[in-house]
Design a protein around this ligand. Structure first.
Ligand SMILES: *Cc1c(COP(=O)(O)O)cnc(C)c1O
Length: 348
């Protein structure tokens, strides 16, 4: 097998740095099911503070953080509405339905970009016993399958104003909210305060090996803590993992801008080779989704050809290939990816 030169499969692939491992090794720990792990508590408080919320809850995965958030807001038989490419409806294996009896409806979008008309055309309230009542709007920022799309704060505020008037809650799937913040300059708390609950991942571009945090009101997090235990997510001396998250937030947040610049450089090179595979202006963060159909090829063929050059990528559709930049891909890896993609895209 060819050696991997640049692994652009996902930003979940990052390995903890030596400094992060040292922070983990030195962490103070206790039994977190009894609420006695000081490092977990520090992480929960820190993230809640960053996002402008009262309390936080550490979870093993982003999916669990999302699912706890969803069930807090939606009673069985009621519905949530989300973008049709949202992680909560596409990549959590029906968990909202399986665990919480939640039904879902979705709106269509361009690149996952939030247009308030999308959710507001679906939200249904005050219909008595005849139709399903909407309890929750889910927004994903950045939008993963949409290509790392940053949601405009104005659009979020418009949906928030409209849903508040109807008594409908909002949950933010902020797995990559860090990237949205670094790309847009919008403070994390400005995004955070428009939502009742927010989930964030520490294990994507930030580079922690494991972990997410859900934030919300103190009451909501107390309830989520009970459900986390019920789901089997109560963990013990887990401060060693929380320490990785705290280290990542201190040392790896601002550098996300480097990932964004490399992704943009790659997109510009691809567009220069074959206009139509990508509009570089749409590459705002660390994710590039190429339309390889515009170069007359398929995802399967493109992924295989790049792999022969040591570049791992991911087919997200028959003609769509996703590449994700992160802590473990440098300038040299980016240049190698550019050379390989250029060659593959321009060879018929
Ligand atoms: C990665 C991701 C999650 C959480 O995924 P886990 O693998 O469960 O940690 C949630 N939402 C989005 C948009 C993601 O990209």
């Amino acid at each position: 097998m060819t050696d991997v030169v640049a692994d652009l499969l996902s930003d979940t692939l990052t390995r903890p740095t030596l400094a992060m491992r040292e922070a983990m090794a030195n962490a103070d720990v206790g039994d977190d099911v009894f609420g006695e792990d000081p490092t977990v508590r520090a992480l929960e408080e820190h993230v809640a503070g960053l996002l402008g919320h009262e309390a936080g809850l550490f979870t093993p995965t982003g999916s669990m953080a999302n699912q706890l958030g969803l069930r807090l807001h939606v009673a069985p038989g009621r519905e949530l509405v989300a973008d049709q490419q949202a992680h909560v409806v596409r990549a959590e294996l029906g968990a909202a339905a399986v665990f919480s009896g939640i039904t879902s409806r979705t709106w269509a979008s361009e690149r996952g970009l939030l247009d308030p008309a999308g959710p507001m055309s679906l939200v249904t309230t005050g219909v008595g016993p005849y139709q399903v009542e909407t309890s929750l709007v889910v927004v994903e920022n950045t939008h993963n399958f949409g290509g790392g799309t940053v949601q405009p704060i104005e659009a979020i505020r418009e949906v928030r104003a409209a849903t508040t008037a109807l008594g409908v809650a909002m949950h933010l799937d902020g797995a990559r909210l860090w990237n949205a913040h670094v790309a847009s300059g919008v403070p994390l708390a400005d995004y955070g305060r428009e939502f009742d609950t927010v989930s964030v991942c520490l294990s994507k571009g930030l580079g922690a090996p494991v972990g997410s945090v859900l934030v919300g009101s103190a009451d909501a997090m107390a309830e989520a803590r009970i459900w986390r235990k019920r789901y089997g997510g109560g963990m013990r001396q887990v401060g060693i993992l929380a320490a990785a998250g705290l280290h990542a937030l201190e040392h790896h947040l601002e550098r996300l801008a480097d990932d964004h610049a490399r992704a943009r450089r790659f997109a510009e090179a691809c567009a220069a080779a074959v206009p139509g595979v990508i509009d570089p202006a749409t590459v705002e963060t660390n994710i590039v989704v190429l339309d390889v159909g515009a170069a007359g090829t398929t995802s399967a063929a493109f992924v295989e050809a790049l792999l022969a050059h040591g570049i791992r990528t991911y087919a997200v559709g028959p003609k769509a290939v996703r590449l994700v930049w992160h802590l473990d891909v440098d300038d040299a890896g980016t240049e190698a990816a550019i050379r390989a993609a250029r060659e593959v895209l321009t060879t018929d």
